[in-house]
Design a protein around this ligand. Structure first.
Ligand SMILES: [Ca+2]
Length: 285
C-alpha cells in the first residue's frame, strides 16, 4: 500500500513536470494529444536544456524522477510475488474407508472444498487423522504477511466416527509460538450430518487478527478422543509486509526525490548568449 502511494506520488510529479512544459499544448488538448506529448517529453526537455536554465533544470529533474520511479516500481513488485504457503503435519494422516492421505501436501491450500458429507465425493477432498489427541498443521510463508483472518473447513457425521474438532491458531513471533485465537466446538450431536450430504460444510474463521508473521500453526483437537478429524481447506486473508530490501529501495527512491528537488532549487540563473544576436555579431561584427 505504501509503495503504491509512493509510485502514485512520483507519477504526479512527472505529470506536473510535463504540464509545466510547452509540450502540453493546452487544457483543451485531447487525451491522445496529451499522451503523445507526454511520451515526447524527454526529447522536448532535452532541446530546452540546450537553450535555457529552466529547461536544463527540468531535464535534470526528469532524470531523477525516472530513476526514483524505477526504485519504487521494483519495491512495489517485490511483495506481489509472495508464494503460497507450504505446510507440514506432526501426525500422520490415515486412509480409512477411502484414502485421506495428502502425499504432496497440497490438499489444504488447493482451493478445492469438499461437501458436508465426506463420502459424497469419495472423501477425496479430505485430509483425515484418527485416534490422535490432536494434530498440529504448520504453514510456512515465503515472506512475512499481515493476517486479518484465517479459515478452516471441517465436518462431522456422528460423535462415534467423524467429529468436529476445536481449533487453536498460533503465530511464530520472536522465536516463540504465540496463541492468537481459539474456536471451541463442544461435542454435540446437533452437528451430525449424513456422509452423503451434498451441502456445504462448516467453516471456522479466526477474524480481526492483525497478526504479522511468516509462520502460522493450527491445532485441531477432536471433541471426542479416538474419533476421526477431517480438514479439507485452510484459507488466509493477508497482505505482504515489505522486507528490509524493499524498504531500502523505497528510501532510496525518496532520497533521490529530495536530492532532485534541492538540486533544482540550487540552480542559479545563467546568462545564455542570444543566438540571434550571436549570428548578427558574426555577420557584421
Ligand atoms: Ca482443499
Amino acid at each position: 500500500m505504501i509503495s503504491q502511494g509512493i509510485s502514485g506520488f512520483l507519477f504526479l510529479q512527472l505529470k506536473k513536470l510535463a504540464g509545466n512544459t510547452r509540450c502540453f499544448l493546452s487544457s483543451h488538448s485531447t487525451k491522445s494529444t496529451k499522451l503523445l506529448s507526454f511520451l515526447t517529453l524527454p526529447a522536448i526537455l532535452k532541446v530546452d536544456a540546450t537553450r535555457t536554465t529552466t529547461g536544463r533544470r527540468k531535464m535534470g529533474k526528469l532524470q531523477q524522477l525516472v530513476l526514483a520511479s524505477a526504485f519504487a516500481t521494483m519495491a512495489h513488485l517485490t511483495p506481489a510475488h509472495a508464494a503460497a504457503p507450504s505446510y507440514t503435519f506432526d501426525q500422520a494422516t490415515s486412509c480409512g474407508s477411502w484414502c485421506y492421505h495428502d502425499p504432496n501436501l497440497t490438499k489444504l491450500t488447493d482451493g478445492v472444498v469438499g461437501n458436508r458429507g465426506w463420502a459424497y465425493n469419495a472423501g477425496t477432498e479430505w485430509d483425515g487423522w484418527v485416534g490422535v489427541p490432536n494434530v498440529n498443521i504448520t504453514f510456512q510463508f515465503a515472506q512475512a504477511m499481515n493476517f486479518s483472518s484465517v479459515s478452516v473447513g471441517s465436518t462431522q457425521d456422528s460423535l462415534g466416527d467423524v467429529v468436529l474438532p476445536s481449533f487453536d491458531l498460533w503465530a511464530y513471533q520472536g522465536g516463540n509460538w504465540i496463541l492468537k485465537g481459539t474456536i471451541t466446538n463442544p461435542a454435540s450431536s446437533a452437528n451430525d450430518s449424513s456422509p452423503y450430504d451434498s451441502g456445504p460444510h462448516p467453516v471456522f474463521t479466526f477474524s480481526g487478527l492483525n497478526v504479522t508473521t511468516d509462520q502460522l500453526r493450527i491445532t485441531a483437537t477432536p471433541g471426542v478422543q479416538g474419533t476421526w478429524v477431517f480438514i479439507d481447506e485452510v484459507s488466509f486473508n493477508a497482505a505482504p509486509v515489505p522486507e528490509p530490501a524493499t524498504w531500502s529501495m523505497l528510501l532510496a527512491g525518496l532520497g533521490l526525490l529530495v536530492w532532485a528537488r534541492r538540486k533544482a532549487s540550487d540552480v542559479k540563473p545563467v546568462a545564455y548568449p542570444n543566438r540571434h544576436k550571436a549570428v548578427t555579431i558574426g555577420l557584421f561584427g
